[in-house]
Write a protein that binds this ligand. Structure first.
Ligand code: ZN
Length: 140
């Protein structure tokens, strides 16, 4: 598998209204995008540090993945996302062959027009791991 960089770190927050100014103050950066991902039952807010983003995640449904996470664990780091330097499906096939448990066996649409797939925390030392493919990148 070929990865290029850490694409983003996903952080679960109770409220973007509170968290955006907190992170703007903390990082000295402006939030550059807010996007709802209906599929995931979240509203996301993005900051960029070099090639890496911070993705704040607010739940839009207590039964959604972030809603359940907040209920169980409270606010904090939710997942780490790596950018692939090859077609995402190739990475997923290779991981599956190596016995890594996948949540998504094939890529689906994530925020910011990326194709994404999650790996199961059981196979990643307890850290929910996401792989991202930028369909606009010519290096794929
Ligand atoms: Zn993510």
């Amino acid at each position: 598998m070929k990865l290029s960089h850490i694409e983003h770190i996903g952080i679960a927050v109770k409220s973007l209204e509170t968290a955006i100014p907190l992170y703007e103050n903390l990082l000295g950066l402006k939030c550059y995008a807010v996007e709802e991902v209906v599929d995931q039952k979240v509203k996301t807010a993005f900051f960029k540090i070099g090639e890496t983003k911070i993705e704040l995640l607010e739940s839009t449904d207590p039964e959604g993945p972030i809603g359940k996470f907040l209920e169980k664990r409270g606010e904090g780091v939710h997942h780490i996302a790596f950018a692939t330097a090859e077609p995402l499906q190739n990475s997923l096939n290779e991981l599956a062959e190596n016995g890594v448990q996948l949540i998504d066996k094939s890529p689906r649409k994530g925020a910011e027009g990326l194709n994404i797939a999650f790996l199961h925390p059981k196979s990643t030392g307890g850290i929910l791991t996401e792989l991202c493919e930028n369909p606009d990148k010519s290096n794929l």
